[in-house]
Design a protein around this ligand. Structure first.
Ligand SMILES: [Cu+2]
Length: 117
């Protein structure tokens, strides 16, 4: 019983010690044939919502990889005129963004986002 009370108090104090989470950064990626343009090229680390907006006429998708890391995050194909959101927790670094449909990356659908502390 005493332990439960202590744990409860500890939980409460930890909860109060946690700073209020900042609103996620938002970055829009506009896809066209064949380019990717970012609404901003630099964001602070932490939660981010990446929106892929397909302003083109073909299907496009989004792949995101921190340069030097193995993991690749992404969104499936978005049709012409469509949008989709990808929520990520970004660590400081440089991130490659590209479209993995056919040879779109080679055609120019790629860009880089810089994440600062
Ligand atoms: Cu594409």
């Amino acid at each position: 019983m005493k332990l439960a009370v202590l744990t409860g108090l500890l939980g409460l104090s930890l909860f109060h010690a946690t700073p209020k989470a900042a609103a996620p950064s938002r970055v829009q990626v506009v896809a066209r044939e064949y380019s990717f343009s970012l609404s901003r090229v630099r964001v602070h680390s932490g939660a981010a919502v990446i929106e892929l907006a397909n302003f083109g006429q073909d299907l496009h998708d989004l792949r995101v990889q921190r340069i030097g890391a193995k993991h690749i995050a992404g969104l499936g194909v978005v049709p012409a005129g469509g949008r989709a959101d990808l929520t990520l927790k970004l660590a400081p670094g440089r991130y490659s963004f590209w479209c993995s449909v056919a040879n779109h990356r080679q055609l120019g659908m790629k860009t880089t986002l810089v994440v600062t502390r």
